[in-house]
Write a protein that binds this ligand. Structure first.
Ligand code: NAD
Length: 495
């Protein structure tokens, strides 16, 4: 008998109204069933929204430092459960244990940051133009937040959204990706243990089309924080427009690493291996293009191919594994399709390209780390997000040429430049169109206390992380206190 799990609404674990379920399986061994989760419907979302709305009326009045105390406790509880959650995460989505531990750590960092923010959440005081009048702007909570997340960072991404939302005085309804319900369940369980009042956090499992859409279109949900594909992000933006919700979208990427002719090639090699094949290439910040200066192209490519062929595929729970499986069959088919597209476009396959068995079994969704050389900017493998272990290598003749090629995409999330020339580094920082630029470091590795997000079709201008996410989860209220005892007229009395 497989284990069955429930939704969490108004402080209780409850069955979905439909009674239907969906399966959660291990991508490294598809025969292994992890559990059954509720396939919920609009009715379950209605219940969660009611609970969250009711809880908001009390939670918004709890002083922010006291909300911060709950966040600190939550951080402590997550520290205790770090290893347990990391193992469960590897089991349900495949990335190696070192990375799932990092994913949980990002949640812990975000909890402690939120705890500190409880004693800041700064407003501003500004001078009034009139005498005996005091002016200030304060942050106020907004209401009920819908949180919709992907599977590739099952802990980090939901915590980036929910912890600042709750610290700011909002309540939340969380709809995790269908591939990673178990990590989400453990996160919400820990949040409940931390002392959050009933209804402040609610989780409703199910599909995007049904549960996700019901949250986005619900008239009593005030804001949506979404991370996922650009296609779904655009749909959410349209669906949310009828109720004029505030929407934050963190979407796809086609990130590139530039290696200049003066770069430390060994360092750049470690960077691209980590950036392209970490999380099996399934990061929004993954390095999916490598732009090599002409003068180092042949040498660097041969170093890269050599090391890539040595990467060991396998179950992410084993210490011998460098690269885990992709998350599911559809995702592996997508990767395969792009391998065929690359070949038909005339790119040269120099490493990988195949589906493989790992651990002597075909039971998991494994695909070889793959490299295409001789890629030109107009090819689809140079422009479209693949979200798998496929790297496209392009050639550039100068920094300007390299940056033009890097910018040649509808996305703009992360970017990286390897050079020892400080002038070139700063020119790149100035000209690259992306929300994140690394110098002499890989395209992946964002830290929880800095702004995170992208330009162009990677998002709609909001930022997660650090202090910036609090701008999304709070409303500014301007307050004037007139203690003159008479009518004072702005713009008129003084001029
Ligand atoms: P996805 O867009 O398919 O799904 C994301 C979430 O949206 C899931 O929970 C899904 O159930 C839900 N959803 C689907 N359709 C919906 C609808 N019509 N209304 C409401 N919700 C709906 O993405 P995915 O496959 O889970 O994740 C991969 C994508 O996420 C990639 O494109 C990747 O670049 C992107 N991503 C972006 C960031 C970032 O911060 N920019 C981070 C991680 C992943």
């Amino acid at each position: 008998m497989s284990q069955s799990f429930k939704n969490f609404i108004n402080g209780k674990w409850v069955e979905s109204k439909s009674g239907q379920t969906f399966e959660n399986r291990n991508p490294a061994n598809w025969n292994e069933l992890i559990g059954l989760f509720p396939k919920s419907s609009k009715e379950d979302v209605d219940d969660a929204v009611k609970a969250a709305r009711k809880a908001f009326e009390k939670w918004r009045l709890v002083p922010a430092p006291a909300r911060g105390d709950v966040m600190r406790k939550l951080g402590d509880l997550l520290v205790k459960r770090k290893e347990e959650i990391a193992r469960a995460m590897t089991r349900e989505m495949g990335k190696v244990l070192a990375e799932t531990r990092g994913d949980v750590q990002e949640g812990i960092d975000t909890a402690y940051y939120a705890a500190g923010e409880g004693r800041r959440l700064f407003g501003k005081t500004v001078p009034s133009e009139l005498p005996n009048k005091f002016a200030m702007a304060i942050r106020v909570p907004i209401g009920v937040a819908g949180i919709i997340t992907p599977w590739n960072f099952p802990m980090a991404i939901p915590t980036w959204k929910m912890f600042p939302a709750i610290l700011s005085g909002n309540t939340v309804i969380f709809k995790p990706a269908q591939d990673t319900p178990n990590t989400a369940r453990m996160l919400v369980e820990t949040m409940a243990e931390s002392g959050l009042p009933d209804g402040v956090v609610n989780i409703v499992f199910g599909t995007g089309g049904e549960v996700g859409r019901a949250i986005v279109t619900h008239p009593d949900v005030d804001l949506i924080s979404f991370t996922g594909s650009t296609l779904v992000g655009k749909q959410i933006s349209k669906d949310a427009s009828d109720t004029l919700k505030r929407v934050s979208l963190e979407l796809g990427g086609k990130n590139a690493q530039i290696v200049m002719d003066d770069a430390d090639l060994d360092l750049a090699l470690e960077g691209v291996l980590w950036g392209a094949f970490g999380t099996t290439g399934q990061r929004c910040t993954a390095t999916s293009r490598l732009i090599l200066h002409d003068k180092v192209y042949d040498k660097f490519l041969s170093m890269l191919v050599d090391r890539t062929k040595k990467l060991r595929l396998g179950d992410g729970l084993l210490a011998t594994t460098d690269v885990g499986p992709v998350v599911n069959e559809a995702q592996r088919k997508n990767v395969q399709q792009y391998v065929e597209i690359g070949k038909s476009e005339g790119a040269t396959l120099v490493a990988g390209g195949n589906i493989v068995s790992a651990n002597g079994t075909l039971g998991g969704w494994f695909h070889e780390p793959t490299i295409f050389a001789d890629v030109t900017p107009e090819m689809r493998v140079a422009k479209e997000e693949i979200f798998g272990p496929v790297l496209s290598v392009l050639r550039a003749t100068s920094l300007e040429d390299a940056v033009t090629k890097l910018n040649n995409t509808v996305y703009g999330l992360s970017s990286s430049v390897y050079t020892r020339d400080v002038n070139k580094a700063f020119e790149a920082i100035r000209d690259i169109q992306a929300g994140i630029t690394y110098i002499n470091a890989a395209t992946i590795g964002a830290e929880a206390h800095l702004p995170f997000g992208g330009v162009k079709q990677t998002g709609n201008g909001h930022r997660e992380g650090g202090w910036t996410v609090y701008d999304f989860f709070t409303e500014w209220k301007a307050v004037y206190v007139d203690y003159s005892g008479k009518l004072q007229r702005a713009q008129i009395d003084n001029y």
